[in-house]
Design a protein. Structure first.
Lengths: 355, 413
């Protein structure tokens, strides 16, 4: 991540595919784990942890979408709806049958995977913008269904209150408890994605992205792998939806509307398509930026405007700044924050001898 | 590349600096209220008036020396009508030590209900949120404080009954609503009342974003031939409904709108006061510029040498903001009376809300009676009609079918 080997000296496939190419990588990962599991939760208060929690949930969703869009080259504008499928599945299981979270959560993911695979069927015949519209249709159909079928949505309000998850009788309610709960799933999602991509399946995904006809000729079953990509990606989305539900204590379709699908697409495009680190960067950027802009303006806004005007200006200026910064970062580096990060690394690798 | 790097590093530094910036300690004995607002999201037409109204009232309270000697600090956070942002805003308010939260939006209220109960901080959801929250024993920390959608539905039926000569037997009532959870909420109550009063109810859903309803309105006016129309729409759609009903030749004096389709902005967007003549609007706060508290706010600005804010022109939403803030302040006043010294908690303010009674501010606030079991305070509304370029009061404060509402509140999960 922050280290780099001094040359390409690999002689075996195993070395090339290793998760930790260098011993220092192991130490970096250990240090990050120590920071995330001990230093961060013990040093900051609930408010900042609540922001980290929102980022954690977003990271899982962004990773899932990146598997589909970044690695397999298929597009989906239906991920918000897949999240709602996971959310309502888990909510119904938890409320009607009293299922614990460790059953409701994978069940939500699997149901979303199933629905996602069905919505992904058009990907066998169409690509690009056409597929975007097909998945958009999926989004709208799922939204409508949840909104109107009270058997799923639990009444005209279309929202289901979900009890807090509990682990061995200990309820997970505070932001700090929720932080550890979510962190476990973030770790699973990151490690899972890293391993998926270097496996046979991941390589098939990448082959399909790079040239689907060529992939078919070398023996990859396009039908199977495209649907698998949709299913895996939707599984992540479903889990994201379940985690939102447990985090907020409610399943509500209004928080999974089309703008959410767009937000997640924005995350992976800003972060970098086809990279795990990029998904994390994107999720952090999109979640954190509005908050940081607001805090900055609250601190310095009084210097420029009257207090009444600040209240009216902050939210609007925040939207404008958010857009401007996204454009700025994409102009600086069209391939996303991940590429920017790699450029910084390669710059310092030879520093101070730039040439 | 190097310049880009410099800019990136600069930004990173700025981010770090800004994170370290806020959250500094408050001056002692200041009491904090959290205000969640939507000035930029789906319902921004409401937020840009209701929030300044709340701020001005709190400013007035501080201008007059505070509550029992304590100043009040209102922290506003815009959540763009999004649920995750509302969660983040709530955590921020909690961190700043807020003793009560001014919630905004139905999904946001529902998402924060569990948190508020766990943290024992009262939140208000006037005119939106879950109608079942009127039951203070089931939702101890949620205060609708104004008529819920169920009470609004009952009030609309009562108004229709009075307008149609005292009986609804065999009459036809059309309910046109925004097709989202908040829009559908009054349905069970209306269906019940159709049985009780013996009228025929037909529902017409308007899919979001609600700017296309020609077919539904034509159906109401010409096929179903409704005797009365109850409209429950949000955002841009109330103005569209006025325009379309007018075009279909339906008399607007036979239309009554729920509280979120009842503002000056809706009338103006529909083509002006002349177009909307006769349209009936339901209100949970007094409408118009002539209440003593509004005069005091104007005077306060005059003493400061400033013009009164232009938001005051939208009396419907501005007055609602004043009402909500006033009830928060009143609850805090009750809490401070019970526990002088200023170290009040959310639970104290909850008890303070439950003591509000006979606080009418010269007619701006209905004769609420909030208690530990009734967090709605009675479900009072007033009907104002568009007449000669302004809203004219049609009825005094009234509540309708309390026994039907009570049955639904009790049956709710």
């Amino acid at each position: 991540m922050i280290h780099r080997e001094s040359g390409i000296l690999k002689t075996t496939y195993e070395a090339d595919m290793a998760l930790y190419p260098l011993p220092i990588a192991r130490w970096t990962v250990a240090a990050i784990a120590l920071f995330m599991f001990l230093v961060l939760p013990l040093s900051v208060d609930d408010y900042y942890l609540s922001i980290v929690n929102l980022i954690s949930i977003a990271v899982i969703g962004a990773l899932g979408l990146n598997i589909l869009v970044g690695y397999t080259g298929q597009i989906s504008i239906g991920h918000g709806a897949f999240m709602s499928v996971g959310a309502y599945t888990a909510a119904n299981l938890a409320v009607r049958f009293g299922m614990p979270f460790w059953i409701a959560l994978p069940a939500g993911g699997l149901m979303a995977a199933l629905v996602g695979a069905v919505v992904g069927i058009p990907s066998l015949r169409i690509k690009g913008l056409y597929l975007a519209i097909a998945t958009l249709a999926g989004q709208l159909i799922i939204e409508w269904t949840i909104n109107h079928v009270t058997w799923i949505s639990g009444g005209v309000q279309a929202s289901i209150q979900v009890p807090r998850p509990d682990l061995f009788g200990l309820p997970i309610a505070t932001q700090r408890q929720m932080y550890f709960f979510l962190l476990v799933f973030v770790v699973l999602a990151v490690v899972g994605t890293l391993n998926l991509i270097r496996s046979r399946i991941g390589r098939a995904f990448i082959a399909i992205r790079d040239h689907d006809i060529a992939a078919e000729i070398i023996g990859i079953d396009i039908f199977r792998y495209k649907l698998l990509a949709f299913a895996v990606s939707s599984f992540y989305a479903g889990v994201t939806g379940v985690l939102y539900t447990y985090y907020l204590g409610i399943a509500n379709y209004e928080q999974f509307q089309i703008t959410v699908s767009i937000d997640y697409l924005a995350m992976i495009i800003i972060g970098g398509l086809g990279s795990v680190l990029g998904s994390i960067f994107g999720a952090i950027f999109v979640t954190l930026l509005p908050i940081v802009i607001r805090l900055t303006m609250e601190s310095f806004g009084d210097l420029l405007f009257s207090p009444g005007a600040v209240l009216n200006t902050i939210p609007n200026l925040r939207l404008i700044l958010f857009g401007v910064l996204i454009i700025f970062f994409l102009v600086v580096e069209p391939e996303g924050l991940n590429r920017l990060w790699r450029n910084i690394r390669s710059y310092f690798r030879v520093w101070p001898f730039a040439y | 590349m190097r310049r880009a790097l410099a800019i990136t590093l600069g930004l990173v530094l700025a981010v770090g600096a800004s994170l370290a910036g806020p959250g500094t300690a408050q001056a002692q004995k200041e009491i904090v209220i959290g205000i969640q607002c939507d000035r930029t999201g789906a319902t921004q037409t409401v937020g840009v008036y209701i929030c300044p109204g709340a701020h001005d009232y709190i400013k007035l309270v501080n201008f007059r020396g505070g509550v029992e000697g304590h100043k009040i600090k209102a922290i506003e956070i815009d959540h763009e009508y999004k649920v995750p942002q509302a969660m983040e805003a709530y955590e921020r308010h909690k961190k700043e030590g807020a003793v009560s939260i001014f919630l905004y939006g139905t999904p946001q209220t529902q998402a924060l209900t569990a948190k508020l109960t766990e943290d024992r901080i009262p939140g208000t959801s006037p005119g939106f949120g879950t109608a079942a929250a009127a039951d203070g024993t089931k939702y101890p920390f949620i205060f609708p404080i104004a008529a819920t959608y169920w009470s609004q539905g009952a009030a609309a039926v009562k108004f229709a009954k009075d307008q149609l000569g005292g009986s609804l037997k065999g009459k036809k009532i059309a309910f046109i609503y925004f097709d989202n959870p908040a829009g559908r909420e009054p349905l069970p109550v209306l269906e019940d009342l159709a049985q009780v009063e013996g009228f025929q109810l037909k529902t017409f859903a308007v899919p979001p974003p609600g700017i296309e309803m020609g077919a539904q309105v034509l159906d109401i006016a010409q096929r179903f031939r409704a005797d009365f129309v109850i409209a429950h729409l949000f955002g841009r759609s109330p103005s569209v409904s006025i325009k379309e009903l007018k075009r279909a030749g339906y008399p607007l004096r036979k239309v009554v709108s729920f509280v979120w389709g009842s503002a000056e902005a809706d009338i103006e967007a529909a083509g002006g006061w002349a177009v909307a003549e006769g349209y009936n609007t339901m209100q949970f706060a007094g409408v118009g510029p002539n209440y003593p508290v509004l005069n005091e706010i104007r005077e306060m600005y005059k003493k400061e040498g400033k013009e009164p804010p232009k938001e005051m022109a939208s009396t419907v939403y501005y007055n609602r903001g004043v009402l909500i803030a006033a009830l928060h302040v009143e609850a805090i006043r009750n809490a401070l009376k019970a526990k002088p010294g200023g170290n009040i908690t959310g639970a104290d303010v909850k008890a303070g809300f439950e003591k509000i009674k006979g606080f009418t501010m010269g007619g701006l606030v209905p004769p609420l009676e909030i208690s530990a079991t009734d967090h709605e305070g009675g479900g009072w509304v007033q009907i104002f009609q568009v007449k000669g370029g302004k809203f004219e009061k049609q009825t005094d404060w009234f509540k309708s079918y309390p026994e039907v509402i009570a049955k639904h509140v009790k049956a709710a999960k």
